[in-house]
Each structure stands twice: as structure tokens, then as C-alpha cells.
Design a protein around this ligand. Structure first.
Ligand SMILES: *Cc1c(COP(=O)(O)O)cnc(C)c1O
Length: 422
């Protein structure tokens, strides 16, 4: 990622493809993903032995296929995510495993799938070890450990500590090894997903906790995973993560374990947001503009049914305007950006806690396009049919060409499966 990234507030094209043409060809709201950006982010992480994409960030089949072509492997957290990975061409029973199932529980469908396809399992609870061992003795597993401390600015995104539901509590490792033994499972992998982000002091603590646990498990360990949580820059004033330092900390841990065990240890990283956040643009159309007391509102045709991060976490997304006509107004004004849903929280410019904030954007007219940027991760995948709104179309830009990779839902799609009793 470039060191001082600035986000434009006027945008006419996405990697050479006209926003107006995209909006005209595919309608609005539409998610556009720039494949080249995904490839660049994967290339950033080449120092790691395995880059395992956490597909929950963006699981469109075309994105998964593209990630696979760039040499990354994939993580799945549900039965259908396993099926998506298979549909996108990942092959399960390989070494290293191309698909890993990471969860704190099995439902029937996911347990059946991992057994059937020999999918490597990253167990986040002692129960999973018993359930898997009874069905598939002799296989190897990874343990996801909660080291007893977390990180994260929001209770909703914290992935460690006793408030978190994730992973096996650190003092139950011995019990879990016994469960694995009883069921004939080998513990070959160790995983911690704490999401230290840019806080490298905290990351050093996580590395230390992982190292200690690995030594406790012993020589059966052949793979360690740094988990996900690599941050991405959403605002001009944020600093990108120091990838070199990030890698060095984990590599140091790996090397000490290699020395202790006297065999090679593979180092995995499991990014979601880092690979796909930046590539995504949600193109919307401004459908109404109104002054309400001191606030000027741009109302667009996408809502939190399309992009939930602002209402969920008060997340900030860069925004830009593409005028429908030539010669846009060069002046800026402070605006609130909202959507069409019957819910007062349907505001894209809000801080954590739901406080509405303003954004300086170019003066625009009804019919102009407003692009919500850095929306490729945890965007479409969190969408819903609230207010019976159809889910947006998705477009992948590859080699300068737009490809429709998911059609906008029709009314029929939205009511599929519903029926009125006789
Ligand atoms: C969500 C998740 C990730 C990816 O997190 P990002 O913050 O998007 O990088 C990686 N691993 C696991 C187990 C996850 O649950």
C-alpha cells in the first residue's frame, strides 16, 4: 500500500473504466471490484509461506477464483463457504490444505462436508475435537487458541479475551491434546486471530503467547497461523501497517520454534479485509437532495442493506462524486449521506454510537453518482433484503474490462422460497 494514500472526492473512472459507463451498463447500486488491486495486496504478502484468504470478507465466486489464480489459499467458516471454495476451484485434500474450515462449532452440514472432502479443520472449541475425532479419526487438526487477551476498538470486533466467543481458552490446551489423542487426531497447526492491527507491541505479545502454546503442544506442530486482522487504510490520515515489521515478528517466532523442534514450520497469514477492502467501489446514484435545518442531505439509492459497516461500527468510508454531465461543480460543501431505508440509522456518514457526521463533498445534483470507496470487504457479504430491497449487482474489473459477476436480484429472487398457505 502506498505510504501516503489520499482519497479523491471526484472520480470519473475506476482503473481506466468510466464510472458513468459502469452505472449505465449495470445500473445502481453496483459493487465494482478492481482485480488488479487484489493482486497487488496479495503480492505485498509474498514473504509468508501461505496467504490464506478469509473469504467471509468477500466471497463472490469470481473474487475467490481470482484470489486462487494469484496463488492464495482460502479459509471457510461455514458449510456454504466450503462449497464456494470448492466451486471456485480450490482442492481440499492437499498439502498445504487449500481449504481450511475455521469455526467455534460444527453444524451438521459443515461436519459432513469436512469429513467427506477431507478438509483441514481449525478447531475453536474442545467440543469440535470430539465431534470431528469420532467421525474422522486419524486426521490432523489445527487448534485456535484464545490467549486470554484481545485487541480491537469495538466489542463487536474483538477476537480475544473472555468477552470473545472465539478459540479455545489458553489454559485448556492439555485437555484438548488429550481429547485429540483419545480420538486419534494429530495436532499439527496452531492459530491465533487477535487482530493486533498496527499495534506492533501488542502483536509481539500475541507472538509470545503463540510461541509458548506451541512449545506446550510440542513437535507435532508444523504450521503456525498469524490469523487475520491486517488493517487497511480507510482515511487519508491513517498510517498503513508496517508489513516488514509485522512479518519479522512472526518470522522470529517461527524461527525459534523451528530451532526448538528441529523441523521446518510453515508460516501462514489469513487476511480478509487487507486483500479486498481497497478494491471495492459501491456506485450509487443521488436520487434526492434536501436541506433539513442545518444539514444538507444527499440521499442515494444504496442503504445499509447494501453496506452495513457504517451503521454496525460507525465505520468510515471514503466517498467521491462522479457528475452525470461533463463539467462538474468544483466547489465542496458539507453534507450528510443517507440511503432509502425506513430507518433513521440509514446514514453512511456516522460515527460509532450512531452520531451523524458531515462530509465535505463536491456540490452535486440529483442524477449524479456517489461512490462509496474501500467497500470491497464486509460490504456485499453483509447485505440483506431489508425493506424488500434487492441485493446489488457485482462487477469484477479484469484487464480493463468489466465482468458482471452477480446479477442484481429481481423481485422473484427476493421472494424465492416464500409461499401463501391454501
Ligand atoms: C474474520 C477472520 C479473518 C479475517 O479478518 P480480517 O480482519 O478481515 O483480516 C481471519 N481469520 C479468521 C479466523 C477470521 O474469523
Amino acid at each position: 500500500m502506498s505510504a501516503d494514500q489520499t482519497f479523491p472526492t471526484v472520480r470519473t473512472e475506476i482503473n481506466g473504466v468510466s464510472v458513468r459507463n459502469l452505472a449505465k451498463s449495470f445500473g445502481t447500486p453496483t459493487y465494482v471490484y478492481d482485480a488488479e488491486k487484489i493482486a497487488q495486496r496479495i503480492a505485498d504478502l509474498q514473504a509468508f509461506d501461505v496467504i490464506r484468504y478469509a473469504q467471509k470478507a468477500n466471497s463472490n465466486l469470481a473474487v475467490l477464483d481470482w484470489v486462487r489464480r494469484q496463488g492464495a489459499l482460502v479459509d471457510a467458516v461455514s458449510a456454504f463457504e466450503i462449497q464456494r471454495a470448492l466451486a471456485a476451484g480450490f482442492v481440499a485434500a492437499k498439502d498445504p490444505p487449500e481449504i481450511v474450515y475455521t469455526a467455534d462449532l460444527f453444524d451438521e452440514a459443515s461436519l459432513d462436508l469436512v469429513v467427506k472432502h477431507d478438509i483441514h479443520v481449525n478447531c475453536g472449541s474442545p467440543t469440535m475435537i470430539d465431534q470431528y475425532g469420532q467421525r474422522a479419526p486419524g486426521r490432523n487438526i489445527t487448534l485456535r487458541i484464545n490467549p486470554g487477551f484481545g485487541h480491537g476498538h469495538s466489542q463487536k470486533t474483538n477476537t480475544g479475551g473472555e468477552q470473545s466467543k472465539h478459540g479455545i481458552w489458553h489454559d485448556q490446551v492439555d485437555d484438548c491434546l488429550q481429547r485429540a489423542d483419545r480420538n486419534g487426531l494429530g495436532v499439527t497447526g496452531l492459530h491465533m486471530h487477535i487482530g493486533s492491527g498496527t499495534d506492533l507491541d501488542h502483536l509481539a505479545q500475541v507472538c509470545g503467547a503463540l510461541e509458548k502454546t506451541a512449545l506446550q503442544i510440542g513437535r507435532s506442530i508444523t504450521c503456525i497461523s498469524a490469523g487475520g486482522g491486517l488493517p487497511t487504510v480507510y482515511r487519508g490520515d491513517e498510517r498503513p501497517v508496517d508489513l516488514q515489521r509485522y512479518f519479522e515478528l512472526w518470522d522470529g517466532t517461527r524461527k525459534r520454534l523451528e530451532a526448538a523442534f528441529d523441523h521446518p514450520i510453515s508460516l501462514e497469514i489469513e487476511p480478509g479485509r487487507y486483500l479486498t477492502a481497497e478494491c471495492g467501489y459501491l456506485i450509487t446514484e443521488i436520487r434526492a437532495i434536501k436541506q433539513m435545518g442545518g444539514n444538507l442531505f444527499y440521499l442515494v439509492d444504496a442503504g445499509f442493506n447494501n453496506l452495513a459497516r457504517p451503521i454496525l461500527y460507525g465505520a468510515y468510508h471514503p466517498m467521491s462524486i462522479c457528475a452525470a454531465q461533463e463539467n462538474p461543480n468544483p466547489h465542496h460543501q458539507e453534507v450528510v449521506v443517507g440511503g432509502p431505508l425506513c430507518e433513521s440509522g440509514d446514514i453512511f456518514t456516522q460515527d460509532e454510537g450512531g452520531f451523524v457526521s458531515c462530509r465535505s463533498l463536491p456540490v452535486a445534483a440529483v442524477g449524479d453518482y456517489l461512490i462509496i470507496e474501500c467497500a470491497g470487504a464486509y460490504g456485499f457479504v453483509m447485505s440483506s433484503n431489508y425493506n424488500s430491497k434487492p441485493m446489488a449487482a457485482e462487477v469484477l474489473l479484469r484487464d480493463g474490462k468489466p465482468h458482471l459477476v452477480r446479477t442484481r436480484q429481481s423481485f422473484k429472487d427476493v421472494i424465492r422460497g416464500e409461499s401463501i398457505p391454501e
